[in-house]
Design a protein around this ligand. Structure first.
Ligand code: BG6
Length: 485
């Protein structure tokens, strides 16, 4: 189904995010015939460009990203360019928004303000929109990071909340737009097989890994002020955790789903003092090799301060204090320049209470469900089986469900899916204010502990699975990260 008429007003229209993600996603939606023909895109930035110069920039900079691994459809591309206009406007000056108000002919249909800017512009831009009388009935999309910590995110949410009602605000966490993440809902709530086992009685521990091979990719400046905890854990990993651990929602209605996720986030056991030292590992890569090619140390990346103590890796143990999960460790791990690109959730089930078969090779990946989100979406169930022969020798085997065996069609990019949701007014895959606040509240003590000068920052070589302390954390719980078996 096509979206209705809209004006998509893109702040940060010449920025990195617009170039890599937002404009390519809009192009893909246009190409797939999912946008109403009368929908317009108005890019806004400070540079003095006219429309032609902007379109040239889009042609040069955005097109390669829109093409992905293939090439763009030229007819679709020129149709997409026709939707675009450009306005020069300094978003930090609310009085400048008169220019936008006067561009009436570009603003027909639902107004969507997409803030692909740093968080410091969120409030001035929203105030400018309000001052120009354009807020009513509009939607506003906020990119992460929404603030820097609990206080700054509250300040932004308060100020934006004075202008827009919560149901006008779309906080993007692009992980929620991933097909594989939505599939978690299908797996958990569309099958009766797993649900009875999905609890402390049967689950020994859960691992959530989002590992990247990439480094900071020209974003050194931004990343150095952010770090892995703010960049990945506060949002993507805690969102994954909340979907894995949530109770079945009453329906897929936005607030039913978000309410259940919130309950998980609020049930996270607060970390303090010694627990942070013991259960949270902060790491940073030094030089190493990825797939045989040497890569520099984090400290040698452009934009990184020489005295930086920013982490590029986090591993931690979280606990969800409720009836279903009490006592079950959730091990979370994410990092840049690791040995592989993989995002997966591993559910380790408890060992049998008594083995009639002699000692069981428990470490060989038995009793385990692995849900791989990327690169290839799959679900794997590990079990023990008898090796053929006389003795009762057991070995780990598995059932593998690779999604592309069943679904050949291309996956929609997370951003495309989410932008179409914004245009259609569907909020379920966007983060509600209270969820975001709960997530910031939980990471706050970790940020505080790390701000102390004696806080440890463990080294790891680029191209490995992170600092030894991350393995030690699991070893203390008698388990190990899956790839370390
Ligand atoms: C972004 C982070 O939110 O997610 C990046 O800012 C990170 O640092 C990216 O690389 C990872 O997303 P994906 O979709 O490639 O797993």
């Amino acid at each position: 189904p096509r979206s209705g008429g809209f004006a998509f007003i893109l702040f940060g229209g010449t920025g990195d995010l617009a170039m890599r993600k937002v404009l390519p996603a809009l192009y893909a939606a246009h190409r797939d015939n999912l946008l109403a023909p009368e929908g317009r895109i108005v890019a806004i930035a400070q540079q003095a460009l006219d429309r032609d110069a902007y379109l040239r920039w889009v042609d040069e900079q955005v097109k390669p990203h829109a093409a992905g691994k293939g090439s763009v459809d030229e007819a679709a591309w020129s149709g997409f360019l026709e939707r675009l206009s450009y306005l020069q406007l300094d978003g930090s000056r609310p009085e400048a928004f008169a220019t936008l108000r006067d561009a009436r002919d570009l603003l027909h249909g639902t107004r969507i303000f997409y803030l692909a800017t740093g968080p410091s512009l969120f409030v001035p831009v929203c105030e400018g929109i309000a001052a120009a009388g354009l807020a009513e009935g509009a939607r506003v999309v906020l990119e992460k990071p929404l603030g820097y910590d609990l206080d700054s995110s509250n300040a932004i949410n308060d100020a934006v909340g004075r202008i827009f009602a919560e149901d006008q605000i779309y906080r993007i966490d692009h992980y929620l737009g991933k097909e594989a993440v939505q599939n978690l809902f299908a797996l958990r709530f569309g099958n009766s097989l797993f649900e009875p086992l999905w609890r402390r009685e049967w689950v020994e521990s859960i691992q959530i890994t989002v590992a990247e091979e990439l480094g900071v990719e020209g974003r050194g400046n931004f990343y150095d002020q952010t770090g892995a905890l703010r960049d990945m854990v506060q949002n993507h990993l805690l969102q994954l955790l909340s979907i894995v651990a949530m109770e079945p929602p009453q329906s897929m209605d936005a607030d039913a789903v978000r309410g259940e996720k919130l309950r998980v986030l609020r049930a996270l056991k607060p970390l303090a003092g010694d627990e942070i030292r013991q259960n949270v590992v902060r790491g940073r890569y030094h030089a190493g090799a990825i797939r045989g090619a040497s890569v520099p140390a984090y400290l040698d990346e452009t934009g990184v301060r020489p005295d930086s103590v920013t982490e590029t890796f986090v591993a931690l143990k979280a606990e969800v204090e409720n009836w279903r999960w009490a006592g079950v460790p959730f091990f979370l791990r994410t990092g840049k320049r690791l040995a592989g690109r993989v995002a997966e959730i591993v559910v380790n089930f408890r060992a049998v209470p008594h083995s009639a078969l002699g000692p069981l090779p428990l470490r060989s990946g038995s009793n385990r469900l692995t849900i791989r989100l990327q690169p290839n979406e799959s679900i794997r169930l590990n079990a023990l089986a008898k090796q053929p022969g006389m003795g009762m020798n057991l070995r780990g085997v598995y059932l593998d469900l690779a999604f592309d065996q069943f679904f050949q069609q291309d996956r929609m990019e997370a951003y495309q899916r989410l932008l179409l949701d914004v245009i259609a007014g569907r909020l379920a895959l966007f983060v509600r204010r209270d969820e975001q606040e709960a997530a910031w509240r939980w990471v706050a003590p970790i940020l505080e502990a790390w701000a102390r000068p004696d806080a440890a920052l463990k080294p790891y070589a680029a191209g490995t699975w992170g600092p030894a302390a991350a393995s030690a954390l699991l070893a203390r719980h008698d388990t190990c990260w899956v790839e370390e078996e």
